[in-house]
Write a new protein. Structure first.
Length: 463
């Protein structure tokens, strides 16, 4: 027993009996019992058995300032006592939401100066889908409804978010994608090409957007949506040629560019936004996760002047959430942004910790199980392979070896996630160089253990 009056076994039994987990095979989970996290501080989690884990994933890519910041708890308490809830429908507003909108307008690049709030990234992308269609209808072009997205993208798991995303496993359930959304190929050089340089491949994949606009007819296309770096897809960092070519196409064609920065926003790349890192000029930018460092749920769509004016011309936008701009979530997000800014956390990532992580992470590329080690900012991935020289995939079901890796990580005090047979990390932005050393040393141990098990189980066979 750690902090709770219930034992771990009792908590696991209640969890198994009553709690349905997201993205989880319940039968498999309930056989072994959930790991129960009871507290956290800095970059470390503690579970109900008292084991400490270095959180290499910032929760789910969101705890940018790290755990245990009392200032955020105090901001929440102050706001709850003053005004715990009021809505922003019916021509009303409140101080935290308007201050947060103004602060986000300041931080985001270009004239992205207007924020429509949501409770999550999925909701924000659902907003985007309705908003781009409503925008074009308001502009007298109601036939512009198609949204072009990408295979293996992640934009949430609601009907809209899951449809915009390009995850086969999500599309296989519940009748997704909904009509009017098409998916082009992702710029995943490591996995999908062997005869082009990354630069050639980046251009080729970007030009699929142009081809798709032509195929559908520009007069029917509303927008293109993409993550600057695919997160849930496996930390896929596009070749350097990809984004400039996408921006060129968006500039030349009459379509809106939606950049989903739910992961890359608020410092993860070493810039405040991935759009700055890649020099992008989005019409709409999706935010969530790191906006509050995960301390409370909040997300939003940041739109530029052109889109805001177009929407204003269209009368009422019949859309919104009870918790759009929730005052407590907004107050906590504001405090989070204050800390990120005043403590210089983002420039420190850019100048110090991301270069250090890049150097140490690259060393893992020498491991016999690793076909590629890549990183950018506070994001990293290892491509596991049974034949690193040829970048071959495993013959076993995708994810078999990656799952072993994740289990070995948990057992050895490190949270590292697997996406298929990639191991990925996204540590809190406040991670120190010595904590990076610990992360990399633990990851190396995980690779050794996983390689030994994969050999024992006959898994080191190429497809
Ligand atoms: C997590 C994520 C979302 C969905 O956000 P939720 O808050 O989980 O709904 C959308 N886009 C990207 C890029 C994400 O990583």
């Amino acid at each position: 027993m750690a902090d709770n009056h219930l034992s771990t076994a009792e908590m696991q039994a209640l969890d198994a009996a009553h709690h349905l987990h997201p993205f989880t095979d319940s039968a498999a989970l309930n056989k072994k019992g959930a790991r129960i996290i009871t507290r956290a501080e800095g970059v470390y989690l503690t579970d109900s058995e008292g084991q400490t884990l270095l959180d290499g994933m910032s929760g789910l890519w969101c705890v940018n300032i790290g755990y245990g910041r009392a200032e955020l708890a105090e901001a929440a308490k102050r706001q709850m006592l003053q005004l715990p809830y009021y809505n922003t429908f019916f021509q009303t507003s409140h101080p935290p939401v308007l201050e947060l909108a103004a602060r986000i307008a300041e931080l985001t690049p270009g004239d992205l100066d207007h924020v429509f709030f949501a409770g999550s990234g999925s909701e924000a992308n659902d907003t985007n889908l309705r908003m781009v269609r409503h925008y074009w209808a308001s502009m007298g072009k109601p036939e512009k409804t198609y949204v072009i997205a990408r295979k293996n993208a992640y934009h949430g798991s609601t009907m809209g978010g899951g449809s915009l995303g390009g995850m086969a496993g999500i599309h296989a359930q519940g009748g997704l994608p909904i009509p009017g959304i098409v998916h082009i190929n992702q710029p995943h050089w490591y996995a999908e090409v062997d005869d082009l340089t990354p630069e050639e491949f980046g251009l080729q994949r970007a030009r699929e957007l142009e081809a798709e606009i032509d195929r559908l007819g520009e007069h029917r296309v509303a927008a293109f949506i993409a993550e600057p770096i695919q997160g849930a897809g496996g930390v896929i960092i596009p070749p350097t040629t990809y984004w400039p070519e996408i921006q060129r196409i968006c500039d030349e064609r009459e379509i809106l560019l939606i950049v989903d920065e739910v992961i890359t926003g608020f410092g993860r790349t070493g810039k405040w936004f991935g759009s700055e890192y890649y020099g992008l000029r989005p019409d709409i930018l999706t935010i969530a996760k790191g906006l509050s460092s995960g301390y409370l749920p909040i997300g939003g769509s940041v739109v530029n002047n052109k889109v805001a004016e177009g929407l204003a011309a269209g009368g009422e936008f019949a859309h919104g959430y009870t918790f759009s701009g929730h005052p407590v979530a907004a107050a906590v997000a504001l405090e989070n942004l204050r800390i990120l800014d005043e403590e210089g956390i983002v420039p420190k990532v850019e100048a110090e910790t991301a270069p250090y992580l890049a150097k140490r992470w690259a060393e893992l590329g020498d491991h016999p199980l690793v076909g590629e080690a890549r990183s950018l900012g506070m994001l990293g991935a290892l491509e596991l392979s049974p034949d690193k020289a040829n970048r071959f995939k495993f013959a076993a079901d995708e994810g078999t070896v990656g799952y072993l890796g994740r289990e070995n990580a948990f057992a050895n005090g490190l949270v590292m996630r697997h996406v298929g047979d990639k191991m990925i990390i996204a540590p809190p932005l406040v991670i120190t160089p010595s904590e990076i050393d610990e992360l990399v040393e633990k990851a190396a141990l995980v690779l050794d253990l996983t390689l030994a098990q994969a050999k024992d189980q006959g898994l080191m066979v190429a497809a």
